[in-house]
Design a protein around this ligand. Structure first.
Ligand SMILES: Nc1ncnc2c1ncn2[C@@H]1O[C@H](COP(=O)(O)OP(=O)(O)OP(=O)(O)O)[C@@H](O)[C@H]1O
Ligand SMILES: [Mg+2]
Length: 269
């Protein structure tokens, strides 16, 4: 029989797991420009949490606030709360290096370094120069496999990363991000510069990675959201218009603006 204490522990554990990232009353401005307006939402663990909405609405600003990559923007004013595993991300003395290891980011265009494929994978790992050759090889193989790239590059690991196709470069960026062992992957339109075949490869990959990672994906592509989102968040002009499970939002949204955006791709916010 479970004790009352055990049951309470399980309940609170579940709560943390359900609301892995919990955002309350988040406001972001750049100078006098108010970009994110009182956003409150929860991102779910081991899901593809997908943010959609028209251009300029604040999707990237939201994503960038989560690992505080916008921290050094001189005119940034940010307040509210972003809890990650019940710890506040927005506190002043947050260890940002540690935060960005736990919350990795993949950008719109693949950004590989002018180094070999192998060195790109190892790039973010602290003190990797102190690892043995065997340890390095094993990290490289593990993460290229995780990013579904190993089979295509295993015989050319010392070639320049720039020699890869754009779709392969994007998967290399994902491998590099995974090598740091994050818990969350922020992905800002990771397939917008890719052809349909590479896009499909990344979508299959995201679907697989969510078993181990929590994914927060921004996409312009409503069909993509329909294919791979678990949870959907519709943001327009800095406001969260509606959120919920993908199936519910695509079948029976509560707000007319959501229906118009998801069904017609236009915006009447
Ligand atoms: N560092 C910054 N300084 C000033 N304004 C900024 C900064 N970053 C973003 N903005 C402004 O914030 C608004 C929202 O931008 P953001 O990039 O978050 O939108 P988005 O929804 O990601 O758009 P898109 O779909 O085109 O990528 C825009 O008006 C943009 O000009
Ligand atoms: Mg953007």
């Amino acid at each position: 029989m479970e004790t009352a204490q055990k049951i309470i522990e399980n309940i609170s554990e579940n709560k943390i797991h359900q609301h892995y990232i919990s955002i309350s009353n988040l406001n972001v401005s750049f100078g006098s420009q108010h970009i994110l307006k009182n956003i409150s939402l929860n991102f779910q663990k081991n899901k593809v949490n997908c943010i959609v909405g028209p251009s300029g609405g604040g999707k990237s600003t939201l994503l960038r606030s989560i690992n505080r990559i916008n921290n050094d923007d001189y005119n940034l004013i940010i307040n509210g709360s972003i809890l990650f595993n019940n710890e506040e991300i927005l506190i002043k003395n947050k260890d940002l290096t540690k935060l960005r290891k736990e919350i990795g980011m993949v950008f719109q265009s693949p950004c590989v370094f002018p180094k070999s494929i192998k060195e790109n994978v190892l790039f973010g790992i602290e003190n990797h120069s102190k690892l043995s050759q065997a340890e390095k090889d094993s990290i490289v193989e593990e993460n290229l496999k995780a990013a579904s790239l190993w089979d295509e590059v295993s015989t050319r690991l010392n070639e320049s990363a720039k020699s890869l196709s754009i779709g392969q470069q994007q998967r290399l960026c994902i491998a590099r991000t995974l090598a740091v062992k994050p818990k969350i992957l922020l992905m800002d339109e990771p397939t917008s510069s890719l052809d349909p075949i590479s896009t499909e490869a990344i979508e299959v990959l995201m679907n697989r990675l969510k078993a181990e990672y929590t994914i927060i994906l921004v996409t312009h592509n409503i069909s993509q959201a329909k294919r791979i989102a678990d949870e959907l968040y519709f943001i327009c002009e800095g406001e969260l218009i509606e959120s919920g499970s993908k199936d519910v939002l695509f079948s029976n949204p509560k707000k007319e603006q959501t229906r118009t955006y998801l069904f017609n791709g236009t915006c009447n916010c």
